[in-house]
Design a protein around this ligand. Structure first.
Ligand SMILES: [Zn+2]
Length: 491
């Protein structure tokens, strides 16, 4: 592992570019990034976009071969059109914190809120039209925003971010940025004095990343960086316990009112920090021992560094943010309601409404002897796991109350240890239940997925997108991740 500061960085990103030809890319784009900072605001029924600024910086770290995103993941798509010919010359799907906010009670009650977002595109050489399209839950896609961008008139400024106090670690080097998936792990809630812990954590999670397929067998397709902008205080916000910390990326538990959901609304600060290195995907590693995380497609993933399930959260959340995978679990409470409709086929690769059991979307992976839908001991599993979810919520509320009321630290510690023990026991019980099924380890269509107890199906009984623990991705998730890796790295 190498450690260095900003001065050296231009060497890694520029010096190694091989002399290859990408006629389409070279005709339309410069090897540089146009970053568009904007505000996405509204409530459940309205939304609008307001540009804050255009920034030109760095190289273009994405593929120069694949400029069109055909994954069909994400509610939103940014599309760049050649203003003269009208042809689409770049596209990318994404989701956002705002979209999740739209399903919350506040938004439904009409409260408008503003969220920071960022669009990154290769810097155009020609006048273009940039459009944002949105696909509704009824699967209707429409353009909801567009802007003409003439590269010589937009006055794209430089980034203007001082990285002299930023610690940069090159944790894994697969090769040159254009032809690799560049992953940046940003430290959040680490003080300058905790730099050594940050380095240790980066080394640990780099090792964990490559412990699971398909990452394990595709190690040379990746570059992994750690980037730390030190925080004034250690830890992050815990609103339910009335604890607030002054940190570099403003991450907080209790996003959208869900105790374990951890996000930040300061997305422009996140991308400022990430810009210290070439990057395609962003992780935020929060220095905290509580269970927490989140992952939004082509936006960012978060996880806490010291919880007992840290390795699981790290791998699971990246499945959302990098490959657009759906949650396969359904028993635990989530921040949003009515996320999927059982009469619509979800766009994510790893869950299905099974509207036609003869045309299962991962049908080629199912052995003829496996029935579809595939039976399993679901009723028994549900009653056992729902009971735990109820108990878990009660225990968490008790711990928050103790913190809020300044209970003695040893009492809080004992309550947290008790919670961790019970959580681990439940996780082991879940593993045991799943393994007892006849079709464990087979690909089929198992009911219960995507926060829906009934009507949505997953491909295998267990997967790291379904239950806690460091366990393999199911076959469908592995294939989906592999496709995304190839999209970024074939150059
Ligand atoms: Zn899966």
């Amino acid at each position: 592992m190498k450690r260095f500061f900003m001065v050296c960085l231009s060497l890694i990103s520029v010096g190694l570019t091989p002399a290859q030809n990408f006629p389409q890319f070279d005709k339309l784009f410069e090897d540089s990034t146009l970053r568009i900072d904007y505000i996405h605001s509204g409530n459940a029924v309205s939304e609008k976009f307001e540009i804050k600024k255009f920034i030109k910086h760095g190289i273009w770290s994405g593929s120069r071969k694949y400029l069109i995103d055909n994954f069909n993941n994400g509610t939103y798509y940014v599309k760049v059109y050649d203003s003269t010919s009208g042809a689409v010359i770049y596209s990318k799907g994404f989701d956002s914190y705002f979209k999740e906010y739209q399903t919350s009670r506040d938004a439904i009650n009409g409260l408008s809120k503003s969220f920071e977002e960022v669009i990154l595109i290769p810097f155009p050489k020609i006048p273009v039209k940039l459009a944002i399209e949105k696909t509704s839950t009824e699967n209707i896609t429409q353009k909801i925003y567009s802007i003409d961008i003439n590269p010589v008139e937009i006055n794209a400024g430089s980034l203007g971010v001082d990285h002299s106090n930023t610690l940069i670690i090159e944790s894994h080097k697969g090769g040159e940025a254009h032809s690799k998936v560049d992953v940046v792990i940003l430290g959040e809630g680490y003080t300058k004095e905790e730099s050594t812990k940050f380095e240790k954590d980066i080394a640990h999670f780099t090792e964990i990343f490559f412990s699971l397929n398909p990452y394990k067998s595709m190690k040379e397709y990746f570059n992994i960086y750690g980037v730390l902008v030190p925080s004034q205080e250690s830890g992050i916000d815990e609103p339910r316990a009335n604890i607030y910390k002054n940190t570099s990326l403003d991450a907080s538990f209790n996003a959208l009112g869900s105790e374990r959901y951890m996000l930040t609304e300061s997305v422009h600060k996140v991308y400022d920090a990430a810009s210290a290195v070439p990057f395609d995907a962003v992780y935020i590693m929060a220095n905290h021992k509580r269970y927490g995380g989140g992952g939004i497609y082509n936006f960012y993933a978060t996880f806490t560094s010291d919880t007992q399930f840290r390795d699981y959260i790290f791998l699971h959340e990246f499945g959302h943010s990098f490959a657009g995978l759906a949650d396969e679990y359904y028993t635990s409470d989530v921040a949003y309601s009515d996320f999927y409709k059982p009469d619509r086929e979800p766009t994510e690769a790893n869950i299905t409404a099974l509207l036609n059991s003869k045309k299962l979307k991962w049908g080629e992976l199912v052995e003829p002897s496996t029935p579809v839908p595939t039976p399993w001991n679901k009723a028994e599993f549900d009653s056992m796991d729902y009971a735990w979810q109820k108990q878990r919520a009660e225990l968490n509320n008790e711990i928050s109350e103790m913190k809020k009321n300044n209970a003695p630290p040893e009492e809080i510690k004992a309550a947290e240890e008790n919670y961790d023990r019970l959580d681990k026991e439940q996780s082991e019980r879940v593993d045991k239940y799943l393994k007892e099924n006849e079709h464990y380890g087979k690909v089929g269509a198992f009911e219960g997925a995507g926060y829906m107890q009934f009507g949505l199906y997953r491909s295998m009984l267990d997967c790291i997108m379904f239950s806690k623990g460091v366990k393999p991705f199911c076959a469908v998730c592995q294939n989906a991740i592999r496709d995304v890796i190839l999209h970024y790295s074939e150059d």
